[in-house]
Design a protein around this ligand. Sequence first.
Ligand code: NDP
Length: 433
Amino acid sequence: VKKNPSEPEFHQAVKEVLESLAPVIEKHEEEFRKVALLERLTEPERVVSFRVPWTDDQGQVQVNKGFRVQFNSAIGPYKGGLRFHPTVNQGILKFLGFEQVFKNSLTGLPIGGGKGGSDFDPKGKSDAEVMRFCQSFMTELYKYIGADQDVPAGDIGVGGREIGFLYGQYKRITGLYEGVLTGKGLTWGGSLARTEATGYGLVYIVEEMLKHVDSSLEGKTVVISGSGNVAIYATEKAQQLGAKVVALCDSTGYIYDPDGIQLDIVKDIKEVQRGRIKEYADQVASAEYHEGTGIWSIPCDIALPCATQNELDLDDAKQLVANGVRLVAEGANMPTTIEATQYLQENSVLFMPGKAANAGGVATSALEMTQNSERLSWSFEEVDAKLKDIMVNIYAKVSDAAKRYDQEGNFVVGANIAGFEKVVDAMMAQGLV
Ligand code: NDP
């Protein structure tokens, strides 16, 4: 805390990870201490912070902060998204970069961990403003990234449009047509199924969790927070597997549709009109709209937080348990507070942390990198099948690590240990770097 003041989210993430690694750390205490392993693991290899000047449509110059946190490259090039949101600061990106290291390790693919972004708010900006911002952002960022060095992707506020503008500028400056970004469009190096990957992957791992308790998604009532990329495709896959998704939200309020969400309407509002989730209730008679938070008060069997960090706190967890929730899996990064996670686990709710549950996105990004290196494009079915395999494998690794340390069913401990083991092995082998 003294070393990294004003970074509460980063402290929270490190605390959560290190606490659950206690049994591994105790076992190797001497060995780790000698090479300051934990100190190195919690210090990013590099943090780049830069100015992003751009001109708005009124001719006024605006200045935002830009960052790239290159956290750990022990097992591969840095990989992790870019987030454009007014709340972005160095501490939040460090928390996300730190989590990314373990998540990427869990995928079983050769990717290190990083994260970046800006406090730029794309909301309400014209396409031309977003383009000028992205071009200015990349004019600095290009110096630090490359197909074999650091491969950013999208995250909150960075979708296909932004990746396109960023990629165009990278190509223009460097003259390289290479897989330097993932989440690209299908006509210029993108992968089929990348858009769906995080949401689909989340539901694949939920399916696997349920299978191990002799259950399935068929007929289950599901509440999903958010209405962005992850939430939409988690809804799609959950519905395909027979579940009924009854609620979605955005940062202003939530919709409840007891008849089950009509996803084509949500997609039109969010992906085509770039509107607010409230509009769903204007179009669908069976739906209610409620201002504010409160989505977790809706009774459900399965809750999938897919919006943002710390959106599900202890009170929410108590309400979910009181309403009989059986399973919570994190589509977003760290959406559940530490206290809420503990409460859910103590009350026998199956809980899968984001670094395992939402790893399908980055895994498919790594598959996009592979396709770019081969200069080939795989079919949707091929990518989707590989994604499913990866999620089933993640479940197996997480569940096995928990068992090895006598914490069967504790997937938080399992995910941290399984992710950690591979990174540590690589760091030890590569000496003091
Ligand atoms: P999007 O920007 O597409 O969607 C985010 C959604 O969450 C929006 O509906 C947004 O509403 C809502 N939201 C934001 N803040 C709050 C809040 N405080 N309360 C309620 N709702 C809120 O992002 P993604 O779907 O891509 O990402 C969601 C989460 O998943 C993030 O934590 C991200 O890091 C994580 N993730 C995403 C991956 C991906 O492939 N996309 C991969 C792995 C993790 P509003 O429009 O009002 O802001």
